[in-house]
Design a protein around this ligand. Structure first.
Ligand code: ADP
Length: 428
């Protein structure tokens, strides 16, 4: 029998193989959507390499999910779907369906099917008619394997009137399966990552919102309790009064920490959902720094040393947001350095810009982390290993706020254990 024009297996097989792999390579570069990726592969194979093609993914329960199909006669594509819906490949049937055999062998299955075989495989007349209509002569089914596990199979089928697959073409099919597996796996990983990110963002939104109210109740009662205690302090022994005051201070610190975390979560949510609005007024940065230092140091710490210029440094900035940035840098400097060490804050006009430098003598930052720590949820390994508390959000939010002011925020450190300096640069 003469081969059809598209399948001259004897004419330049290498050229055809390269053309096919190139066409597949092109579809792979186009999409990270798993369905579109496998559909592109199926379409690249038909009609030049196979008359029809089906790509299946296997689930944990061994069920097959048809991800893509193509037929040289587009009118028959719905018939493939009908075949699969009405007569799904059976795992328990003997001999098992070629797709399961290829998957279980983690390899390539090559078969030539005569009409008599087809008859014995069909479960009824309708099934047989469907199989004949689609056309099954020779076929290659290749398992899709990626990262050591089989994720599905690709079936490449030629009609009975066409030349069967040569052994060189079976090698090509194997190569196609390798690429398809990698691309499908990547696309699936990408989709899983996207879904995880969406879930995380939803969780952050709900959690931060729902935590706010009980936190406000706790804070309100803590303040009330403070006032009531002050009124009865005289009636307590000095020892009890001191112990209660110390507990109240610790409680206040904990509440402050929780509030900052919840606010950070809300801010990350706001930033990803479309940004925060700045309210610009004339702001003296020196006053902002002083205020932040008082609030941060109010927990009985006297470690912040300010070096501020005499004259005010005024710009059109958002006071509340800049205070948030400075507070965040001060809280970090205090947290990541020894309890007795000083935190130096310098504010100066440098040429056209204003620079604020917050320097501590703490755990420092490994060189490879100097940029990474500004990503949301990113924490340097030295901070994690030493169990400093934190979510890894403050710097991400701070950098966003500074960028909205058209300024820059960056970190400097000579390395682990050698302290850190965070620099905010703003145009006035
Ligand atoms: P958090 O402190 O809650 O982890 P941040 O976004 O404020 O989150 O900081 C991100 C990471 O940057 C920290 O986990 C830590 O690894 C590093 N970092 C921030 N400030 C300092 C500092 N002053 N000294 C050393 N490392 C720091």
């Amino acid at each position: 029998m003469k081969a059809e024009p598209e399948s001259p297996t004897d004419v330049d097989p290498d050229g055809r193989r390269f053309a096919l792999l190139a066409a597949i390579g092109e579809t792979l570069g186009h999409s990270l959507d798993p369905t579109a990726t496998v559909q592109g592969i199926a379409e690249a194979l038909v009609p030049s390499f196979a008359d029809w093609c089906v790509v299946d993914l296997i689930g944990p329960d061994r069920s097959l999910r048809m991800m893509a199909s193509a037929h040289r006669d587009p009118a028959l594509v719905p018939e493939i779907a009908r075949l699969r819906a009405t007569y799904p490949p059976d795992d328990r049937h003997h001999p098992a369906h070629p797709i399961y055999r290829a998957i279980d062998a983690d390899g390539v299955l090559v078969e030539r099917i005569a009409d008599g075989d087809l008859r014995s495989r069909a479960v009824n007349d309708e099934h047989l008619t469907l199989l004949r209509e689609l056309g099954i002569g020779s076929h290659v089914v290749a398992a899709l394997e990626s990262r050591g596990r089989v994720i599905g199979a690709i079936s490449m089928i030629r009609r009975p009137e066409r030349e069967p697959f040569t052994s060189a073409e079976v090698d090509t099919a194997r190569e196609v399966a390798g690429r398809a597996a990698l691309a499908t796996d990547n696309a699936q990983l990408y989709r899983a990552a996207q879904e995880a990110i969406a879930l995380r963002d939803r969780f952050i939104g709900v959690a931060s919102h729902e935590l706010r109210n009980p936190l406000a109740v706790v804070q309100g009662h803590w303040e009330l309790l403070g006032r009531r205690l002050a009124a009865v302090t005289d009636e307590l022994s000095p020892d009890s009064a001191e112990r209660i005051t110390s507990s109240m201070t610790r409680l206040g610190q904990g509440i402050g920490q929780l509030r900052r975390m919840v606010e950070e979560l809300l801010d990350v949510r706001r930033i990803t959902a479309g940004g925060i609005e700045l309210e610009r007024t004339d702001v003296d940065l020196g006053a902002v720094v002083r205020q932040a230092a008082v609030e941060t140091g109010s927990a009985g710490e006297d470690r912040i040393v300010l070096h501020l210029p005499q004259e005010p440094i005024v710009g059109a900035w958002d006071r509340g947001r800049l205070e948030q940035v400075v507070t965040n840098l001060l809280v970090n400097a205090l947290k990541y350095s020894p309890p007795e060490s000083a935190v130096e804050v310098r504010l100066a006009q440098v040429g056209e810009v204003v620079q604020l430098r917050v320097t501590d003598a703490g755990i420092g930052i490994p060189p490879g982390e100097l940029e990474a720590i500004f990503e949301p949820f990113r924490r340097a390994p030295n901070a994690e290993e030493q169990h400093y508390p934190g979510l890894g959000l403050g710097l991400a939010v701070s950098r966003e706020i500074v960028a909205m002011h058209h300024g820059r925020l960056w970190a400097e450190s000579a390395g682990e254990g050698r302290g850190s300096t965070f620099v905010v640069e703003l145009a006035r």
